[in-house]
Design a protein around this ligand. Sequence first.
Ligand code: PEP
Ligand code: MG
Length: 578
Amino acid sequence: MILTLSGIGVSDGIAIGKVHVLSTGELELPEHHLEKSELEAEVERLRRAVKRAEQRLQDVEQGIQQVESDPARELLQTHRLMIKDDALVGQAIRWIRSEQINAEWALDRQSAALRREIERIEDDYIAHRVEDLDQVVRLLQQELGQQPSPVLDQRVPHQLADTIIMAKQLSPAELALLQQRQVAGLITEHGGIWSHSAIVARSLGIPMVMAVHHGRRLLRENEPIILDSHYGVVLATQDDRLHAHYAEKRSHALRNRNQFQRYLAAPNRTRDGERFQLFANAELDTELVRAIQNDSAGVGLMRTEFMFSFDELTDEEGQYQAYCNALDILGGKPLTIRTLDIGTDKLPRELRRMHGPNPSLGLRGLRMSLSMQEIFQVQLRAILRASLHGPVRILLPMLTRVEEVHQARIVVSACREQLQVRGIRPDPDIPIGGMIETPAAALMIDPLVRELDFISIGTNDLVQYVLAVDRQDELVSHLFTPSNRAVLLLLDQVVRAGRKHDRPMQVCGEMAGDPKLVRLLLGLGLNEFSLPPAHMAEIKANLTQAHADRCRKALQSFLNADDDEDGQQLIEALVSNH
Ligand code: PEP
Ligand code: MG
């Protein structure tokens, strides 16, 4: 008999093992009033809980060793900062003293207030802050009640190599600890693909399926199961043949991964001898190091949204340090820094009053930078200063009009003058390029490209805006088809204009890192791709086996015909085109 449960696969890989069901009893949260004489002892109790929770997070963080696990470490650091944050603990202490209530109650009250404030902002990135807040508060409440998490308290078995944990939910700290004990796989009843725990599972390489409803009731302790995190399924079965089949699938995937690595040393040429270059989409140190290890030609896209933290933007010095650090790691290879591509919803509190109803069509990207020039100038000064340390290019996001490039160039000149007053003379020829990611930019590519030193095609947004399909909306994700005729026609127009004006062109959207789609780009005549370092080996293997001329011919005949609206047959023809 097979019991099949489905959920959301949030990482890649297959795990085979026995279930350990983690029973996390509901926390008891007493609420009561205190005498005046008891208040300071209560404050002290909360402070001690904060210290213990912090120590636990620190222990977990120290146990993380792999280079790939930086997102995990970063999240743990975020949690450690939040646990001491005055907005949470400081205010809870003030509640204890002013309202004469116990610590659990004060914490609950303050976290509810913070949650309400965060939830008012309709934005995915901010939504994760609720998740962080909940996890931090849960940790504190566990410490207050002397009921620490069974994982952090090390109550789960020590050797987990053949164990798949089934839990209601898991925090990034718990995940990191389980990985240190070599857990085979994880299942939770809650969570989604963009949750922080999912990001950590991917970064730590743990097969994980989330949102398996009632999993703890349906799976029995110690029963053998198979977890396929690519498809988001869990199979509870004793069937030997099925186990053997998945074991073979798992070793096949491992062999494939090792095989791709071998291609990294090969020359960057297609089967018929055309050159191509692979750049990295990278901003974290670990990604930059990986990009260099994978022989990338440089960074084609450094997103700078990470400069935004919970409530403030990094200042000029902090940004300058971050860019110089990236340049140091790149050791002379070019760094393309994209200026902030966030909307007002992600800005510090005092600027959020400009928040509009639809962030993806609102004041985002360069539009925001141009209307909040102080922030823009801080960033440009930091970039210009960094240009003295290595080759830097500036990339402007979300262009829709030529006028925006003119305005941006004026601000760059102003920043250059400000620096000259300070005795700093940045690279006078720093290239300024633009993201082609809106239909207007693609349609007006001729005048636009004349004003730009290079272009970078952002297929994620371009597909979203051309097809009117929200890239974050699961209900329409089947309609998000980068191979759609409308998209390819527009890309063809962009590439022709870029070539006519002899501008360097690259693609930095996810299409460039997708083995099924990259040959479409090759067929369009593109040969510079910027993609996550983790995908580099596979894409390189794919391109070195492709026949560029055949891809081009297949693409042109597709564009000249008018069937196969979504380009599915074209993709299949190109995938098998060696
Ligand atoms: C894109 O839109 O393709 C892109 C690379 O930018 P982002 O994904 O950051 O919007
Ligand atoms: Mg974009």
